[in-house]
Design a protein around this ligand. Structure first.
Ligand code: PEP
Ligand code: MN
Length: 334
């Protein structure tokens, strides 16, 4: 971290600041020029309050020269992380996973039918929401604990591992048999929730918040890893921009950017990113071409009757076609 001091700062004032910084266990390198004085802060600057430092009367500006995230940082962990789901499925480091299923679990027949269909079409993980974060309190909120029970029935019937969203800490005990805990976009910065799932050793699919920067996404992943859970999968699901034609704007450039910054795998969700079924296959293909480590897609056996997100849900046939195209793209990219 670098702090530039204002023109006219006296040597006494600079020394006073240096002593204050040294109390934070930092080495401080002073370079005095004719016009400006620069302090180079060396050591663990992750605890330095940049805004506070910036607000001091003698400080002109402060710049970070290293990232505030450590455990997720590729610099300290050059090899790709491979996240293992139940010794069955691997994500990352060249292992690609297709995660598919309905937005929400509705009935036993529905979830089992979709699970069998997506498995037949090549999915490795079944998704389905039991606890749903809905914008309206009057919309279908999910079946809750009963939904988890139905997901387990689908897991038994197909052998597919389950990915489902945890919204509230009080439900964590109910997730003992869930294979991937999803932290949704709305909870990406629910730091208490992140810390608690960080205490488990379960794979966590962390979705990017609708207005979150990549640094904020990585800091949220850092929360989980700093509690000891290294099994974090990042998920790009579209961000809010001024464009209203699509539900969100899929930020595909984040895939290579994240791959440069972190060793964690990156999955793309073209369903929530676009909100329209016909846009999902081309964006899934683009995600595969961008180097994503997996794709998460909403699939429903009868999209027009879905209780949630029908407009963006694919039929099992459409999903099978998408999967075929993604395979071709991945083969071509090898
Ligand atoms: C979902 O995956 O069903 C979901 C609600 O996603 P997001 O948190 O990305 O909106
Ligand atoms: Mn959905």
């Amino acid at each position: 971290m670098i702090a530039i001091l204002k023109h006219g700062t006296t040597p006494d004032q600079a020394q006073h600041l240096i002593q204050w910084l040294k109390k934070m266990d930092l080495d401080v390198h002073l370079s005095e020029g004719k016009e400006v004085t620069i302090l180079g802060l060396i050591g663990d600057t992750s605890r330095v309050d940049m805004e506070l430092l910036n607000s001091l009367e003698i400080v002109e500006s402060v710049k970070r020269v290293s990232e505030p995230f450590k455990q997720v940082n590729r610099k300290f962990h050059p090899k790709d992380s491979v996240i293992e789901i139940n010794d069955q499925v691997k994500i990352g480091g060249g292992h690609f996973a297709m995660i598919a299923g309905p937005c929400s679990v509705e009935t036993e027949d529905q979830i089992i039918e979709v699970a069998q269909a997506v498995k037949a079409a090549g999915a490795q993980v079944l998704r389905g929401g039991a606890f749903k974060p809905r914008t309206s309190p009057y919309a279908f909120q999910g079946l809750g604990a009963e939904g988890l029970r139905l997901l387990m029935a689908a897991k038994q019937a197909t052998g597919l591992p389950i990915c489902t969203e945890l919204m509230n800490l009080v439900h964590l005990d109910l997730f003992a048999d869930v294979d991937i805990i999803q932290i949704g976009a709305r909870n990406m910065q629910n730091f208490d929730l992140l810390k608690e799932v960080g205490k488990t050793r379960k794979p966590i699919l962390l979705k990017r918040g609708i207005a979150s920067t990549l640094q904020e996404l990585l800091m949220s992943a850092e929360y989980i890893m700093s509690e000891g859970n290294e099994n974090v999968i990042l998920c790009e699901r579209g961000i809010r921009t001024y464009e209203t034609y699509t539900r969100n704007t899929l930020d595909l450039s984040c895939v290579p950017v994240l791959h440069g910054l972190t060793h964690l795998p990156v999955v793309v969700d073209p369903s929530h990113a676009t909100g329209k079924a016909y846009l999902v296959p081309p964006m899934a293909a683009a995600a595969a071409a961008s180097g994503a480590d997996g794709i998460m897609v909403e699939v429903h056996n009868n999209p027009s009757c879905a209780l949630c997100d029908g407009a963006q849900s694919l039929t099992p046939e459409q999903f099978a076609d998408l999967n075929r195209r993604v395979e071709i793209i991945r083969e071509a990219m090898r």
